[in-house]
Design a protein around this ligand. Structure first.
Ligand SMILES: [Zn+2]
Length: 73
């Protein structure tokens, strides 16, 4: 889970993105589940759940299947 650093983007865009662990060689940049590109030095790695989550990342990380969100809302 990463969040863009203060000053890289405005406060409203400093949401917490989910980043899949890349396989193979170290990539030039990381890509969040929502498609946001994260370049070296632009983000901080979070050691736990905190801050405002990126809703598209959350939606894409939810397990598929009927009834999984049956008790939501
Ligand atoms: Zn995201």
């Amino acid at each position: 889970m990463v969040r863009l650093r203060r000053g890289v983007v405005g406060e409203s865009r400093r949401v917490c993105h989910l980043i899949p662990v890349p396989r193979g060689p170290v990539p030039e940049h990381l890509t969040a589940l929502c498609g946001e590109s994260i370049f070296p030095g632009e983000a901080e790695v979070l050691d736990g759940l905190r801050g405002m989550p990126c809703h598209p990342c959350l939606l894409r990380s939810a397990p598929a299947g009927p009834g999984v969100l049956a008790n939501a809302g």
